[in-house]
Design a protein. Structure first.
Length: 128
């Protein structure tokens, strides 16, 4: 399997995981120039922006460790563009930024470590 195929496999597994927990997947791979969000899901009044990182069992860094400051900033920017485009008002929704750390072995998923509220907008400003 290619890295891209493994990534898609991880994203699909996370979608199934979230749906089993009662989330509705409303968009996959939402892209703007310079940014992408892997999964956007809703449950009650929570709008969840999910970054999926799929790694082999023997990888040196976890998927969560791979989501650095720059990536977080791009996810937040992309989330705001999504909300503007599809008219999701911050007053009506609780925005949540999650990371799904998917572990594989022999091209099979062996674990999903799902981190709710993995980061927030605290240290990210429009002009920074």
């Amino acid at each position: 399997m290619t890295a891209s195929e493994i990534g898609v496999m991880g994203e699909n597994a996370v979608c199934e995981y979230l749906q089993a927990l009662g989330y509705q997947i409303i968009k996959k791979n939402f892209r703007i120039r310079g940014g992408e969000i892997d999964i956007i899901a809703v449950k009650a009044d929570e709008l969840c922006f999910v970054e999926v990182k799929t790694r082999n069992l023997n990888s040196l860094a976890t998927g969560a460790e791979a989501v650095n400051y720059r990536k977080k900033k791009l996810v937040i920017k992309t989330a705001h563009c999504f909300c503007e485009k599809y008219h999701f008002d911050e007053d009506d929704w609780y925005f949540r930024y999650d990371i799904a750390d998917v572990t594989t072995k022999n091209n099979k998923i062996i674990n999903i470590d799902y981190l709710e509220n993995a980061f927030d907008e605290t240290d990210f400003h429009e002009n920074s």
